[in-house]
Design a protein around this ligand. Structure first.
Ligand SMILES: [Zn+2]
Length: 241
């Protein structure tokens, strides 16, 4: 299945938090988006791998995803290894996305950093004709996506561009809240974590408002690009009328 966009994440719920609004915006406009979660999040303090699988499937529906895969790399131990690189190459060659997204390469969580580095390496490796990979025993064709953009997790950066998510903000939050065990829920008798505090949810909203404000909109999601981003000047003038 050919996809337009593929989002890579260390843990299920990372893509929803960082770019759930942008994903809904794309899928609502007929763009085919998929997510590849590297781990099942089994090391998380709250919930367990099975519950998080159900939660991820629920969020996938809200986001309008065409595909969601889990590579089952051990949580807390995402290694920048040749073996893991090949697992990502297999998904790139399978879905042949035009644009891919990965975590920003500096963050508080080592899994996020390693996922970022792995995706960048795999993007390059995937285009090499002599690197063999197989899907269901069949040799795959080489393929390299056109663009790699990074989304924001805990550590911030100066964005290369910001996506207006004002009209899809509610859907983003619905996708985030699909992970009932992970976030603020006074009914649950589970230990409090960094992301399950009441404060964390209000920080998510504050961040979306902050980046929205920077582009004159209600809510926004920031992205980083190592390469400069081209501006479609003619299109922009026509749109602003
Ligand atoms: Zn994460």
């Amino acid at each position: 299945m050919k996809l337009d966009v593929l989002v890579f994440a260390a843990h299920p719920d990372d893509p929803e938090l960082a770019m759930g609004g942008s994903i809904v915006k794309l899928t609502k406009n007929g763009i085919k988006v998929g997510i590849v979660d590297l781990t099942r999040g089994e090391l998380g303090t709250r919930g367990n791998a099975d519950i998080r699988k159900t939660e991820a499937a629920k969020a996938a529906k809200v986001l309008g995803l065409s595909a969601r895969e889990n590579l089952s790399i051990p949580d807390g131990n995402v290694e920048e290894s040749v073996e893991n690189e090949l697992k990502i190459v297999v998904t790139l060659r399978k879905y042949r996305p035009t644009i891919i997204f990965a975590p920003y390469y500096n963050d508080r969580h080592p899994d996020h950093i390693n996922t970022s580095r792995l995706v960048k390496r795999s993007m390059f490796a995937s285009g090499l004709a002599k690197l063999e990979s197989f899907e269901n025993g069949k040799a795959q064709e080489p393929f390299r996506p056109a663009k790699l953009y990074y989304y924001m997790q805990t550590y911030t950066f100066d964005p290369s561009f910001i996506v207006d998510i004002s009209d899809v903000y509610e859907a983003k939050m619905e996708a985030v809240k699909s992970y009932g065990t992970q976030f603020y829920n006074p009914q649950l008798n589970e230990p409090e974590t960094f992301i399950s505090s009441r404060n964390f949810m209000s920080n998510i909203e504050a961040r979306a408002k902050f980046y929205g404000f920077k582009i004159g909109k209600s809510f926004g999601e920031p992205f980083f690009s190592e390469e400069d981003v081209e501006l479609d000047l003619v299109g922009m003038i026509k749109e602003l009328g």
